[in-house]
Design a protein around this ligand. Structure first.
Ligand SMILES: [Zn+2]
Length: 301
């Protein structure tokens, strides 16, 4: 398959945008704080910090949108874009990397993101394969646990969380503004996608939500990977559903039920109207969770 086709496939499945025509996509900035914005278009939400020290952006959606995104950012502030942070490896968040690198932007990500980008990526559960990214697309600065930026009178902390959506997930905390960009470690399209092939984990996803919420208060603003601007309370709603699913699956496993039986129990029926609107259905989500939780239990004698 050709890379563009694969990218389009990812766009349509990962973000539920069918037949995306990039020509019609509008990049829409939402002001969150004095010099902080969330940009929507197609693909993952972009975060932008502006100011006289230069612009820092988080995630870059799909390659064909790079010029539009660059244009939209320049209307917010004319300063050059200095840094681009990738929250994780997926192409709907990093698809424009090579374009921004060629504009002179420095790309920063977790070391596992760069590592994965240099190799063919297979997402087994979605039957998708992605070739290695070209050299210009690779992050040139990587880190393992934490990194800090001090720019435009803001202190910005990048925090590598537990493996959740993938194993290279990073959340970005703008400390003074009390704003968080969560990447796909928090999404609003329904059941979250746990990319097991890219090192993701259902339990880790819950841990990450808990860790993020421990840094937040009721005034925190949260940029989700997909969906509208959110709050800590919105994250807690998702977290509580996932914990409920985890606890019910665990108790069924302890009763000796098999994964197929557990996914047929109707554990997520009460959530389905709201959560099933994304590309994942409750039954499949429960099966995925069950397989992981089963593997975490001590083997029976
Ligand atoms: Zn993703």
């Amino acid at each position: 398959m050709r890379p563009l086709f694969i990218l389009l496939l990812l766009a349509s499945t990962l973000t539920s945008i069918a037949q995306q025509n990039y020509d019609t996509v509008r990049i829409r900035p939402l002001k969150i704080a004095e010099n902080l914005y969330m940009l929507k278009g197609a693909g993952g939400n972009i975060g932008v910090l502006t100011g006289k020290d230069g612009t820092l952006m988080i995630d870059d959606q799909f390659g064909p949108l790079s010029n539009k995104i660059n244009g939209a950012i320049k209307t917010l502030h004319p300063a050059e874009i200095r840094f681009l942070i990738n929250t994780h490896v997926h192409g709907d968040h990093s698809g424009g990397n090579e374009n921004f690198a060629r504009m002179g932007v420095t790309i920063v990500a977790h070391e596992l993101v760069r590592d994965r980008m240099t190799k063919e990526q297979v997402i087994k559960s979605r039957n998708m394969t992605f070739p290695p990214r070209e050299k210009d697309a690779l992050p040139v600065i990587t880190f393992a646990d934490k990194m800090k930026f001090h720019l435009n009178d803001e202190d910005i902390e990048l925090i590598h969380t537990d493996a959740g959506h993938t194993d290279g997930d990073v959340m970005v905390h703008f400390k003074k503004a009390n704003v968080f960009h969560m990447g796909d470690a928090f999404v609003r399209y329904g059941y979250p996608f746990i990319d097991i092939s890219s090192g993701g984990s259902f339990s880790g996803f819950i841990n990450t939500l808990d860790k993020a919420m421990s840094l937040m208060d009721d005034n925190s603003k949260v940029i989700p990977g997909h969906g509208e601007l959110a709050t800590k309370a919105d994250m807690k709603i998702l977290r509580d559903k996932l914990v409920d699913i985890r606890d019910q699956v665990m108790s069924a496993l302890k009763k000796g039920k098999k994964p197929e039986e557990i996914s047929a129990l109707g554990i997520t029926d009460k959530y389905e109207a709201e959560m099933g609107k994304g590309f994942l259905k409750g039954k499949d989500f429960v099966l995925m969770a069950t397989e992981e939780l089963k593997a975490s239990l001590p083997a029976k004698k």
